[in-house]
Write a protein that binds this ligand. Sequence first.
Ligand code: SF4
Length: 158
Amino acid sequence: MIIVSACLLGINCKYNGKNNRNPFVLELGKKVPLIPVCPEQLGGLPTPRVGAEIIGGAGKEVLGKTAQVVNQQGEEVTSFFLKGAAETLRLAEITGSNTAILKSHSPSCGSGFIYSGDFDGKLKEGEGVTAALLKEKGLLVLNENIFSDNQKGKDLKR
Ligand code: SF4
């Protein structure tokens, strides 16, 4: 079982009510059972919702209570992100999933790089809150670019 960001499967759970449908992840779903999750919805946020980013650090620091998640209207929404991360971890434990493929750059799901916290479209190093928690608990956390990069590699060999 693999935990996967629901938006990558085409579920309209993004902050703007849209999705991040990814053909490689959909293809994977034909071979391996996927558990779709949207940590922000699991945390109790509505869809659509005001976009949010992490300020003062990244997901690891949010878990350590030294950084916060704030939405574009200046409201702190950290507790929703922490709840979503905890619920996602619970789903991983219930289903025995040890791998997660999560949407890049998201303040919840991002791994490697996430949005800067300045709502300027720039990136900074670090994980989103859910990705950080899953990593901390020993899951392998990947993002959808792994598949695209693999596919690009195959294309180059042709
Ligand atoms: Fe997708 Fe994760 Fe954002 Fe939900 S929280 S919309 S699953 S990136």
